[in-house]
Design a protein around this ligand. Structure first.
Ligand code: HDD
Length: 756
């Protein structure tokens, strides 16, 4: 007998009142005057918790494995099959009426293969389309346990994570090192459900209210008529918008600064941007801002280098992340929080915590470390993992709650909504990369791409047919309970609070916190970007914005544009600098840095010793030689990692040169110059090495030479006594001095600034 039929029959009885059913028609709930009613069926045991959303059943209706079990057998057969598992004997030829005849419509294999291919692409993310991701673990210190009950932040808890870094503006195939904000989104698969921290590498945002997001994105994206420029803000519509909409000023100056062109994803800070509300076990609340601090320090490219990389290696950041993980040099970040009392005003030291264009200087509220993120595994399939991962600021766990930041409110709507278009329906949480690693029992049913084979007959509550299951949890069972925050009595308005109106004092703090070389970079970036605008009025309006930040900034950019510098229209804010915002003037760790070791064949023993010393210091050696292959033999044999054809300075943080990088005097005719005469050069230095050295010098990189490598300096026009140039007796001595210089990241003295 079919048990479901029996149950359905019983329900009908109860609804019609036969057998003493409830008067108001709700099974199990007595009507006002009715006597207590017997359950229509015997209460059943609760359904077992579902291990994940691959479906409560692990066998299909025919008894075959489904869901997670099927994933294990998928794509594992020895024979090529069609999507239905039927073996194929040929996939290279369409079915034709004779070898030269027409292709037949009955070719169901051709039809299936092309149909699938036609639909291989999904819509790219409307923003943050270009990205790279990695798996890892988050190890909590327990230091946040006094302010949050979140289980993954309790002492010594290890939580699996997936992190995706991204640029914002460019398309999925755009270059990595464009000037842009970078996304830094982390999915924590906690024991209490998924928590997503969807942040950026800049602690503030362009807009204060989510309703402006389409405006800022439309302005930053390529012009709608010609769809150019790709992945840049250096065009009229962007500067038109941000010069009219001055709340964008703080974010804009940040990415005109060096943080707009990070050296590596591994060397970026991350920020949750908004103020969040943490709730502890006693129900007490604390306002917090989340920070990620990279163990390798915070480093950037210089603009010329970034532009070169866009051509030389558009996948620079993606490759860097994957290579580091593959080499076992796992990147790490400490998660930290700034905490603020949850006062009714939601301000700290006069700073409105609900305004996402504000930051709170670390000097006023120190960042307290609460755990360590280690990225230790590359995705095995880019599409399945990095592309299909779906982040959402509303993926929260007990102990982490939101505030009334109006930008956050809009995001809470947007991230769910966008996945429906991008991932084709509401069941995207069932995709393997998005599946929670806590039991799911959600009563959400059906829909496009449903892969669960749900059991039970009562995906509704209250029910009696599934024994009342699933049950709701209370605080003791770990339910997510919103903090009972009082909402002030108010009238509905489309307005911003007055405290959101100050658009210049925080950008001024940022400017005053920069070193002179960082200020020059900022002036250079504004000059470049505005120089790419056609409309004079947009340049002039932006100069007015800059005048309201600082006269020196405005004068520098005005000079580059050949325009007069306007006077400020607001009083310049009296703010203290925040040294934590500057990347220059500190000593950073040197782990993870890439050292190019160039040799034309000289002192292979010394090169070998340097290579080993670089590895011992946790850095990455790349041996560069005239051609690929091996140098030397026996124990001294060295594998060449870059030839003069494939090497480019931008890949290295510092360069070491052993001997004169010769390629055989006049006999040398490099293939990549064969369309014209090889450039004039001293007979002993390959022009590609001269280019490498002169670029490294121009980009402020430490250069060390030994065993006659001075020849390469001379050929590149680099003075041997210039700052950051080391001439040493041996390779290891050169490396030692160069490593000392790397602690400052670059040789900043080389960037002599026009203003001193
Ligand atoms: Fe957003 C993606 C970060 C404001 C709407 N956002 C996205 C990603 C990051 C951020 C890192 C990529 C996630 C991934 O790797 O898949 N966004 C931010 C930050 C913001 C912010 C730090 C401000 C503090 N975003 C913001 C607003 C809205 C959106 C105000 C809309 C009202 N963001 C989206 C989106 C995206 C997105 C359209 C595109 C793809 C996606 O969500 O999954 O919904």
């Amino acid at each position: 007998a079919n048990p479901l039929k029996r149950v359905a029959h019983k329900v009908t009885e109860s609804l019609t009142g036969e057998g003493g059913g409830p008067a108001d028609g709700v099974p199990g709930k007595p009507g006002p005057e009715s006597p207590p009613v017997a359950e229509p069926t015997e209460p059943r045991e609760p359904l077992p918790p579902k291990p994940d959303q691959s479906g409560p059943d692990t066998v299909s209706p025919t008894g075959q494995p489904t869901g997670a079990d099927q994933a294990r057998v998928a794509q594992s057969g020895s024979y090529l099959t069609n999507a239905q598992g039927t073996r194929l004997y040929d996939t290279d030829h369409s079915l034709k009426a004779g070898p030269r005849g027409p292709v037949l419509l009955q070719d169901h294999h051709l039809r299936e293969k092309i149909m699938h291919f036609d639909h291989e692409r999904i819509p790219e993310r409307v923003v943050h389309a270009r990205g790279a991701g990695a798996h890892g673990v988050f190890q909590s210190y327990g230091t946040a346990a006094s302010v949050t009950k979140a289980a993954f932040l309790a002492e010594d808890v290890e939580t699996p994570v997936f992190t995706r870094f991204s640029t914002v503006v460019g398309s999925r195939g755009s270059s990595d090192t464009v000037r842009d904000t970078r996304g830094f989104a982390t999915k924590f698969y906690t024991s209490e459900g998924v928590f997503d921290l969807v942040g950026n590498n800049i602690p503030v945002f362009f807009i204060q209210d989510a309703i402006k997001f389409p405006d800022v994105v439309h302005a930053a994206k390529p012009h709608p008529d010609r769809e150019i420029p790709q992945a840049q803000s250096a065009h009229d519509t962007f500067w038109d918008f941000v010069s009219l909409h001055t709340e964008a000023t703080h974010h804009t100056i940040f990415f005109m600064g060096d943080r707009g062109i990070p050296r590596s994803y591994r060397m970026m800070e991350g920020f949750g941007v908004h103020t969040f509300r943490l709730v502890n076990a006693a129900g007490e609340t604390t306002l917090v801002k989340f920070h990620w601090k990279p163990k390798l320090g915070v480093h950037s490219l210089v603009w010329d280098e970034a532009q070169l990389i866009n051509g030389v290696d558009p996948d620079f950041h993606r490759r860097d992340l994957a290579d580091a993980i593959e080499a076992g040099a796992y990147p790490q970040w400490e998660l930290g929080i700034q905490t603020f009392p949850d006062n009714p005003e939601q301000t700290f030291e006069g700073i409105d915590l609900l305004d996402p264009t504000n930051l709170v200087p670390e000097e006023l509220a120190p960042v307290q470390p609460v755990g360590l993120l280690t990225l230790n595994r590359n995705p095995s399939n880019f599409f399945a993992e990095t592309e299909q991962v779906a982040f959402h600021v509303g993926h929260l766990v007990p102990g982490i709650d939101v505030t009334d930041d109006p930008l956050l409110a809009g995001r809470l709507f947007s991230y769910l909504d966008t996945q429906i278009t991008r991932l084709g329906g509401p069941n995207f949480p069932q995709l393997p990369i998005n599946r929670p690693q806590a039991p799911v029992n959600d009563m959400l049913r059906d829909g496009m791409h449903q892969t669960a084979v749900h059991r039970g007959v009562a995906p509704y509550r209250p029910n009696s047919l599934d024994g009342g299951c699933p049950f709701t949890a209370g605080a003791a069972e770990g339910a997510y309970i919103e903090a009972p925050v009082r909402v002030p009595e108010a009238t509905k308005v489309r307005e911003a609070p007055e405290s959101f109106a100050d658009h210049f004092s925080q950008p001024r703090r940022f400017w005053l916190s920069m070193s002179s070389v960082e200020r020059e970079h900022i002036i250079g970036a504004y000059t470049f970007e505005l120089g790419k605008c056609y409309e004079q009025s947009i340049r002039e309006r932006t100069l007015q914005v800059l005048a309201n930040i600082d006269p020196e900034l405005c004068a520098g950019v005005a000079e580059g544009l050949g325009l007069p510098a306007p006077q400020p229209t607001v009083p310049l804010a009296d703010v203290e600098p925040s040294p934590a915002l500057s990347q220059v003037g500190r000593t950073w760790p040197t782990e993870g840095r890439v050292i190019g070791i160039v040799t034309g064949g000289a002192d292979l023993e010394g090169v070998n010793a340097v290579r080993q010393a670089v590895l011992n210091a946790g850095m990455v050696p790349l041996v560069v030689a005239p051609t690929g292959g091996t140098l030397g033999s026996g124990d001294a044999a060295l594998t060449v990692q870059r030839s003069y054809v494939t090497a480019r300075s931008v890949e290295f943080d510092a360069v070491l040169i052993a001997g004169a990088p010769d390629m055989g005097g006049d006999a040398y005719t490099p293939r990549d110059y064969k369309s014209g005469p090889a450039p004039a050069r001293p007979a002993t230095t390959d022009p590609r090495v001269s280019l490498l050295v002169s670029e490294a010098f121009r980009h402020g990189k430490a250069i060390g030479v030994w065993a006659g490598g001075e020849v390469a300096l001379e050929a590149s026009g680099v003075p041997a006594d210039a700052p950051g140039v080391v001439v040493a007796d041996s390779g290891t001595a050169a490396l030692e001095q160069v490593t000392g210089l790397l602690g400052a990241h670059r040789v900043w003295e080389r960037f002599t600034t026009p203003r001193g």
